[in-house]
Every structure is written in C-alpha cells, then in structure tokens.
Write a protein that binds this ligand. Structure first.
Ligand code: GSH
Length: 208
C-alpha cells in the first residue's frame, strides 16, 4: 500500500472537519493548508486554481485531488482501512449506515445552508426572515427524523459504534448550533450531539 501524502485545505468550522476527523480517528498523518476563508472568494486566485468552486474542503493525496467532503471520508476509509468507521455490506446496519451517511449532505444541506445565509452570512438588510423560518421548520423535521428513525434510543446511528454516518450528520448539527437554532432540538438529539463531540478525535479535528 502506498503511504498517505495528504494535504487538507482547511478552515475552522467548515466541512473540512469531516475528513480531518476521519484522519484523527484512523491515525493518518496529514498537513493542513489554510486558504483565507472569505465567503464568496475563499482563498482568492490561488485556491480557485485548486477548487474552481472555491469551497472548503479540498484534499490532495499525492497527485489526486478531491473536492467533496463525504467522498473524502469514503476515500480515506477505503484506501487506508479497514476501519470500524465503516459499516460493511455483511453487517445488519449496512443500509441505515448508507442512508445516514448521505442524509447529512443530501437531505440536510439546502435548508441548513439557507438558515446559515439568512441568519448569519448575509448582510442584515439582505436576510429574508420568512426563508429563515422555513429553513428552521425543515430542520425541525430533520431533527425529528434523526431522533425517531435514526437514533430510536441508540447511542450511534449505525453499527453500534462511531461511523462515517455520525461524522456526516454531526457536522450539520454543529452548523445549526452555530447559528443558534439547536436550542429547541429534541433532548435525545442534543445528548447525541454532546456525546459525539466529547470524543477526543472530534476535539483534535476541531482544535484550531
Ligand atoms: N458539498 C461540499 C460543500 C462544500 C462547502 O459548501 N463548503 C463551505 C464551507 S463548509 C464553503 O467553502 N463555503 C464558502 C463560500 O461559499 O464562500 C462538501 O461537502 O465538501
């Protein structure tokens, strides 16, 4: 197996936490590059050459370049595993693992991006309170689904252990918390968030 030669283009509180968290859990060494995180022009011309969308994260491994955080997590576990962070097809929770892994970006992203934009990122006179309220009501539904269908009294979303599914969802919960919309989430979901973010690997992945 070739040794990892990983550079993660990183900014605090962004989705770069996801692949960094995986590397912290798996003990993979990596370097961080920190493009200037200026919304709308992340990293300027230099970073635009790396990611034309100017979004964080980007990740290099040798000559390979990736621009999508969930795919990076799957790349790292697939290439440098095996690891318990993945639920395999022969395990009973395989389907729910896949579902929650993708739910964290696919189903959750639109409402939560709008919530972020219309409560924090946009200048106050450009924010739309109706849109912010709608986004919050969508998150409330997602929060109930994660609690009732995902957790159902479980400690982790799949496999009875920390997996990429938790890493996917918990990052979005962090965003919701950052914009101060997590306070009335179900208690079980808040306890889950607290439990996962108490892990040493989360603390290392979000330290700076
Ligand atoms: N689907 C992409 C989303 C990347 C993304 O939207 N990154 C945000 C930070 S979490 C960003 O760079 N925003 C800067 C901007 O839009 O100006 C992924 O999961 O990697």
């Amino acid at each position: 197996m070739t040794a990892p030669d990983i550079t993660l283009y990183y900014a605090p509180l962004t989705r770069a936490i996801r692949p960094r968290w995986v590397m912290e859990e798996m003990g993979i060494s990596y370097r961080l590059e920190r493009p200037d995180f200026k919304h709308g022009n992340v990293g300027g011309d230099t970073f635009r050459d790396i990611n034309p969308l100017q979004k964080i994260p980007a990740m290099r491994d040798g000559n390979m370049l990736m621009l999508e955080s969930l795919a990076m997590m799957q790349y790292l576990t697939g290439k440098y595993g095996p690891t318990d962070l993945v639920v395999t097809p022969d395990e009973p929770d395989y389907a729910r693992y896949l579902e929650w892994l993708h739910f964290g970006e696919a189903s959750m992203v639109m409402a939560n991006s709008l919530m972020l934009a219309h409560t924090m990122l946009l200048p106050e006179d450009k924010r739309n309170p109706d849109l912010a309220r709608w986004a919050k009501s969508e998150f409330d539904k997602q929060a109930r689904v994660i609690t009732d269908r995902g957790l159902e009294g479980r400690e982790w979303l799949a496999g009875g252990r920390l997996t990429l599914a938790d890493m996917s969802i918990v990052y979005i919960l962090l965003l919701v918390k950052l914009v101060k919309q997590f306070g009335d989430a179900p208690d079980e979901l808040k306890a889950y968030f607290g439990r996962v973010t108490a892990l040493d690997s989360w603390k290392r992945a979000t330290a700076d």
